[in-house]
Design a protein around this ligand. Structure first.
Ligand code: SAH
Length: 483
């Protein structure tokens, strides 16, 4: 290790920053976060530093650097971008035994600056020791994308209960277990999801009652996994998938998405396997309740959004009636994901000012729909589960007055590598279904906006799929490493 990593308490400490340009501005932004008492020395300032100097408690000396400027400083930064000046700053600091950093000049520096992920008070600092700064930055971007934005809030929340936990749970080992459970559990999740008031109540319950009992309670997250491309998962979905003990998933969930589930989580498939009977909703509910009652963290993974034609509402009700904690994680519903992937805007000022999602399957979907309301040429209709009824859907709409030449787009396997976008006219809908042998999940989009499907070539959208798979593996590695 050529550079020893430390976190320095700079609050109120005197720091000299020599330079007034963009390089100096970057350092100044960081130093302000650390509440250092900074003095900037430079004959001229860029606009950003001018503004910072005017607004905050930052000293400014409008002149060239003198070697005596470093006296009494804790740290010195040379950021002039002029080698001779940076060298004289560096030598002056070193002559006084003060640690100095010259920006982008390791030979003139006692310390180097890491790439930083700031979720204060949680801070991650990454360094390649100067060997590959871009690699360090690259790694920072990856870590940035997997750490929840509210991680800092979680740390502050935990800190505010530290005394109470210490006072109630004696024994260092027990306390450690308490915190391990806490950071993995539903109270922490509530903080991360912005439900801090209820998290506080639950936390008091945990501390004052028996937290080991609580640990046995289990939890179910009903998670929307989007239409298929893992790149469309939310951060929150990823977090639950990475923490799961068991994942209960159905047919719409692709292997690409399952790659993101924690590797040693149990997987329970509840979709229809060819030739086998599929689980009824009651059986699925029963599995969810049983798994949660074992004290496990259960993820119920659903295609699209769990509350859009997903029966997530029914599962939520059953779990709640059993007193099991439930979180709902929204996902990108098929209509929204597929429309983007096919280049079809669902609303457009020149075409449609309304969009309606319709269940197109047999039974309730078809019989209860208000067909005269749907046959409106200023609205976009998106039929889910409608492929086998395409004929009925089109003829009902035509019978209720929708123009038979209204544009239609059938989007099959939307957002996935095998996506197909088939443009056509309302009148031809059934024929399109017949001739193209549609076997994957598919939507029928009806309305003027569907004409965009023939304009854009959005058929090959999933070039990122392979790359995403690598990120999945990487994330699993990070999880294994305990990050
Ligand atoms: N909860 C899901 C919908 C489940 S109903 C959501 O919000 O998306 C199942 C129907 O969704 C399928 O019959 C199909 O019409 C549609 N669907 C789901 N994924 C799809 C995809 N990748 N491409 C096209 N249609 C899809």
């Amino acid at each position: 290790m050529d550079h020893f990593p430390i976190f320095l308490a700079l609050k109120g400490q005197k720091v000299i920053l020599v330079g007034g340009g963009d390089l100096a501005a970057r350092k100044l932004r960081l130093l302000r976060k650390a509440d250092a008492a900074v003095t900037v020395i430079a004959p001229t300032l860029c606009d950003e530093i001018k503004e910072l100097v005017a607004g905050a408690h930052i000293g400014y000396e409008e002149r060239k650097f003198h070697s005596s400027d470093v006296v009494g400083a804790s740290l010195v930064f040379a950021a002039t971008d002029i080698e001779a000046v940076d060298a004289s700053v560096s030598h002056a600091a070193q002559a006084h035994g003060i640690k100095v950093n010259a920006v982008d000049r390791p030979d003139l520096s006692d310390f180097i600056m890491p790439a930083i992920v700031d979720r204060s008070p949680m801070v991650v600092a990454i360094s390649s020791g100067g060997a590959a700064p871009i690699l360090a930055r690259n790694l920072r971007e990856k870590i940035e994308s997997i750490l929840p934005p509210a991680l800092g809030r979680l740390a502050t929340f935990a800190d505010s209960f530290r005394g109470a936990v210490k006072g109630t749970i004696s024994g260092g080992n027990e306390r450690r277990k308490f915190w391990e459970d806490f950071f993995d559990g539903p109270v922490a999740e509530a903080v991360l999801s912005g439900r801090e008031v209820s998290a506080r109540e639950k936390m008091l319950g945990l501390i004052n009652l028996n937290w080991k009992e609580e640990r046995k309670a289990g939890h179910v997250a009903i998670v929307g996994a989007g239409p298929g491309d893992p790149d469309l998962l939310t951060f929150r979905a990823m977090r639950f998938m990475q923490q799961a003990d068991v994942v209960v998933y159905d047919r719409l969930i692709s292997d690409d998405i399952l790659d993101y589930v924690r590797r040693d989580a149990d997987r329970i498939y509840v979709g229809k396997a060819p030739g086998k009977h599929s689980k009824t909703q009651d059986e699925i509910n029963e599995i969810l309740v049983q798994q949660a009652q074992k004290g496990l963290r259960v993820v119920r993974l659903k295609g699209g959004d769990p509350f859009v034609f997903g029966r997530g509402g029914e599962e939520m009700e059953v779990l709640q009636s059993e007193g099991i904690d439930v979180d709902i994680v929204p996902g990108i519903t098929a209509a929204v994901g597929c429309a983007a992937a096919a280049g079809v805007p669902l609303t457009h000022r020149d075409h449609a000012s309304m969009v309606t999602f319709v269940a197109g399957q047999n039974g309730d979907g078809i019989t209860q729909a208000d067909w005269s309301g749907l046959a409106n040429n200023r609205q976009t209709l998106v039929f889910y589960m409608g492929i086998s009824n395409a004929d009925q859907i089109a003829s009902k709409l035509i019978r209720h007055g929708l123009d038979r030449n209204t544009p239609v787009a059938i989007i099959e396997n939307g957002t996935r590598p095998n996506q197909r976008v088939l443009p056509g006219k309302l009148l031809d809908t059934a024929h399109m279904v017949e001739t193209h042998n549609i076997t994957g999940p598919a939507l029928i989009v009806i309305g003027s906006v569907a004409s965009f499907a023939s304009k854009a070539d959005f058929q090959q959208i999933a070039a990122g799929a392979i790359e995403n798979k690598n990120v999945a593996l990487y994330l699993n590695e990070v999880a294994v490493a305990g990050l």
